[in-house]
Design a protein around this ligand. Structure first.
Ligand SMILES: Nc1nc2c(c(=O)[nH]1)N[C@H]1C(S)=C(S)[C@@H](COP(=O)(O)OP(=O)(O)OC[C@H]3O[C@@H](n4cnc5c(=O)[nH]c(N)nc54)[C@H](O)[C@@H]3O)O[C@H]1N2
Ligand SMILES: Nc1nc2c(c(=O)[nH]1)N[C@H]1C(S)=C(S)[C@@H](COP(=O)(O)OP(=O)(O)OC[C@H]3O[C@@H](n4cnc5c(=O)[nH]c(N)nc54)[C@H](O)[C@@H]3O)O[C@H]1N2
Ligand code: SF4
Ligand SMILES: [Mo]
Length: 736
């Protein structure tokens, strides 16, 4: 039983939490517009609108130059995502350029993989080498034997090259290691996903429940800004987290749940809302399919039963369920983002979707808005060759709802190891560090050892670059053009990324690398434009917009369209039944429970603790730890250990320990943070530290790496993602 005083957390008023202070406390800089006054006073200042790449939210930004040198980066006030404010990471963007560890020139390996021995080569030599190997693989095994892993918008051009080459195997860890289960769970229920940026209307909500989703540490800019508005407006926030997160400090209700039991809580919420007849009867009757069966099924999941699973007292379960219901339809359970936790994640996400359906909140103000997008025609390229061979990452569609746009990274890794259903012989990575993003590093390394070619396109000598045969140094986002940005959001908009400065050494932009490689592969016809600006201009003008205006302002806004039923939007649910599927005939047909069923997860054995991980406001994944500006703010991670547990091990904050997992893998040493703010059955650390690449000189070995300890994972049978919160660790105190 956890030693946190639950009552202490029951009623924490949010009313004293003012918007400005919340934003300030999280390290937000002043709004971009303030800087205009400074501009007037000083000469030699130039402003170049662009969009941020310190994470993949893509906030509109302005790069400021003073006497030709990068000076600062602020938010673009025209941008609906940033509202003129960048998060602390975005503000530290200049550190991407000044990072002393940056890759400078193309490299080819001179010794075997895993050893640090490289020759500096020209771009021609590097690309000729790659093209030679790729053409050989294509003629001997077929183009499907090549996989591209690409995360973020910068990869659009290299994806185009590989689609033209003929492989369907294009992957990103943002699906099977991140938001895949959530998207599938919602699509199965409402016929539509959540999208990125999420379609959550946080700023107008009256009540929001967060299951994990540590907003404020998870710094997706728009959401954090909206959260602070909501709290300021008196919205009640319900935080369900084994750890007292930053946002838990702003919550009206904090539920310190036993990890892995969220589905019990969610089913009990449904039970209460139905039993007390507090659901949206009209919504359910008009749009629901199989509500009666759902209601009958959740009758067993009483708050008293859920207490035994979750450790949350029945009265608190009832109270929070009614709080959600009382505020409907401007209340919702946030669908989360990083949802690959326990392997039953699609069903948990579906349960979240179903409680939302009871609140009748889909396409309603204060809950889930309907996103709209500015449509920009794509460039008229020749058709890609079609592959008839079937995907190797999901043979025989074993995981029926596995997405194909970002694919199953873990599935293609397995195919690379086994050679089944057919051999995979080359990997190319763009802006993804698979060593830290995929669970079980040894499996990733084993797969890489089976390849004939491994290429990494990166800005840093990351772990994955260390395993490559050829390393291609990309120019940073402040030194390059990228594709146009138009994400579905509340307002349609178009953004441009353009260079503020030149690359300092022999780094090249992604579009240039993609085009040059296509030329060398004999696929030049797929890049009919002479340079990126010809491409961008064509697209912007064919949308009837001005390219000059876009360059000048960074953002063009489209016409406002309705986001809610309250604004005249018509409801529609593009599921096969056209209804909100409380009972899912789709799942049933494939042999899965049509109504979510609670499943228990393994508990840690004595002396072991469940390993949980998450974000710090000032870093992104495993790629900003060496950014000198961000490093100064947060240099190494710590392990959060419950204070009573720490005491029983004679540990205090600041002591160093190592963690050892259930498979005997031992971490780097890291600092203890003994705290009341975490349950006794788990420990917590920030992801991305403990770099193993020696070439990342300024951050090598600082802190410990959660990815190293995540050797075990549970695959979601519905969509094939990897649940990673299933590892247990114990402490090593001797000789640290
Ligand atoms: N600063 C910063 N912000 C980021 C990112 C970044 O790298 N840096 N990355 C972005 C990306 S791509 C993503 S996907 C998101 C990830 O951020 P989220 O989607 O918020 O990720 P979670 O895994 O939900 O959040 C971790 C929280 O879940 C809690 N948790 C762990 N296990 C359980 C459990 O069993 N039940 C419950 N209820 N809670 C649990 C942990 O204690 C922790 O507080 O962040 C985004 N924002
Ligand atoms: N153990 C563990 N695993 C996780 C997570 C976790 O919290 N813990 N989080 C999961 C989640 S939510 C996600 S979304 C994924 C994220 O997984 P990834 O997207 O793979 O994230 P990173 O590990 O930061 O790798 C990013 C790589 O891109 C490089 N890079 C940065 N900017 C540029 C650029 O402009 N151009 C190029 N070419 N390269 C660039 C960086 O140097 C780095 O090597 O990881 C998932 N895996
Ligand atoms: S959320 Fe922060 S890091 Fe991400 S794009 Fe926006 S400002 Fe940049
Ligand atoms: Mo993610």
């Amino acid at each position: 039983m956890n030693s946190l005083s639950r009552r202490k957390f029951l009623q924490i008023s949010g009313s004293t939490f003012a918007a400005a202070s919340a934003i300030g406390a999280l390290g937000y800089a002043a709004k971009g517009s303030l800087a205009l006054a400074e501009e007037k006073k000083e000469s030699g200042i130039k402003k170049i609108p662009t969009y941020c790449n310190l994470c993949f939210w893509k906030c509109g930004a302005i790069a400021w130059l003073k006497d030709g040198q990068l000076w600062k980066i602020t938010g673009n006030p025209l941008d609906p995502l940033s509202n003129g404010r960048l998060c602390p990471r975005g503000t530290g963007g200049i550190g991407t350029n000044t990072d002393p560890n940056r890759l400078k020139a193309p490299l080819i390996r001179t010794k075997k993989r895993g050893e640090d021995a490289w020759s500096v080569v020209t771009w021609d030599e590097a690309l000729n080498y790659i093209a030679g190997k790729l053409n050989k693989i294509k003629s001997e095994l077929g183009p499907e034997s090549v996989a591209l892993f690409s995360h973020g918008i910068g990869g659009n051009f290299i994806k185009h090259t590989f689609l033209a080459y003929g492989t369907p195997h294009i992957f990103a860890p943002s699906y099977a290691q991140c938001r895949g289960p959530r998207d599938v769970g919602f699509e199965l229920t409402f016929g539509e996903g959540i999208g990125s940026p999420e379609r959550t209307d946080i700023k107008n909500t009256r009540c929001m429940a967060l299951i994990g989703s540590h907003l404020g540490e998870n710094m997706h800019n728009s959401q954090v800004q909206e959260l602070s508005v909501a709290v300021d407006n008196g919205a009640s926030i319900i935080v369900v987290d084994p750890r007292f997160s930053i946002v838990a400090g702003k919550a009206k209700y904090y539920l310190p749940i036993k990890p892995g039991t969220d589905m019990a809580l969610l089913l009990a919420w449904a039970n209460v809302i139905i039993k007390e007849k507090k659901y949206d009867v009209e919504f359910v009757e008009l749009y629901g399919l199989g509500f009666e069966q759902f209601a009958a099924s959740v009758a067993q999941y009483t708050p008293e039963w859920a207490y035994t699973e979750t450790g949350i007292e029945p009265q608190l379960i009832i109270e929070t369920a009614l709080e959600l219901a009382r505020n409907k339809p401007a209340s919702f359970i946030h669908p989360g983002r990083h949802t690959t936790w326990y392997g039953d994640d699609t069903q948990r996400s579906r349960t979240i979707a179903l409680v939302n359906a009871l609140l009748g909140n889909w396409n309603h103000k204060g809950a889930f808005f309907k996103p709209v997008k500015l449509k920009v025609p794509s460039y008229p390229y020749p058709d890609y060759p079609e592959s008839t061979r079937g995907r190797a990452d999901n043979p025989g569609k074993k995981y029926p709802w596995a997405g194909e746009d970002e694919g199953l990274t873990n599935g293609i890794r397995e195919a690379t190891i086994t050679g089944k259903p057919y051999p995979i012989k080359a990997w190319v990575t763009y802006s993804t560090n698979l060593i830290n993003a995929l669970p079980n590093q040894q499996e990733t390394i084993k797969a890489i050892q089976n390849l004939d070619l491994m290429v990494a396109i990166d800005i840093l000598p990351s772990e994955i670059a260390g395993w490559a045969d050829v390393v291609l140094p990309e120019a940073t986002y402040l030194e390059r053009f990228d594709d146009l940005h138009s994400s579905p959001f509340t307002t349609p908009f178009l953004g441009i990324r353009q260079p503020a400065v030149k690359p300092p050494e022999d780094q090249k932009p992604g579009w240039w690398i993609a085009k040059k490689l296509a030329d060398k592969l004999g696929l030049g016809q797929y890049f009919p434009w002479k340079d990126i600006e010809e491409y961008l201009k064509y697209r912007v003008e064919s949308a009837g917009l001005s390219y000059d205006e876009l360059k000048e302002n960074g953002i063009i806004l489209g016409e406002k369209l309705p986001n809610y039923v309250e604004e005249g939007l018509e409801q529609s649910f593009p599921t096969p039944s056209g209804k909100v599927e409380f009972y899912s005939p789709q799942l049933e047909e494939k042999g899965f429970p049509p109504i979510p069923v609670y499943t228990k997860h393994e508990n840690p054995h004595d002396g072991y603790f469940r390993l949980l991980f998450g974000r710090t406001p000032v870093h992104t994944f495993s790629f900003t730890q060496s950014n000198p500006i961000l490093q100064e703010m947060f240099e190494e991670n710590e392990v959060w250990i419950n204070a009573d547990i720490a005491k029983s091990y004679n540990l205090k904050s600041g002591d160093y320990i190592k963690l050892k997992n259930q498979d005997g893998v031992v971490s780097n040493k890291l600092k203890v943070r003994a705290t009341e703010r975490i349950r006794t059955d788990c420990v917590y650390m920030v992801h991305g530290f403990g770099h193993q690449s020696k070439a990342l000189k300024t951050t090598y070995n600082k802190g410990a790496n959660d990815a190293q300890l995540v050797t075990k994972y549970k695959i979601d049978p519905i969509m094939g993602g990897t649940g990673m919160n299933v590892n247990f660790v114990t402490f090593i105190q001797e000789g640290v």
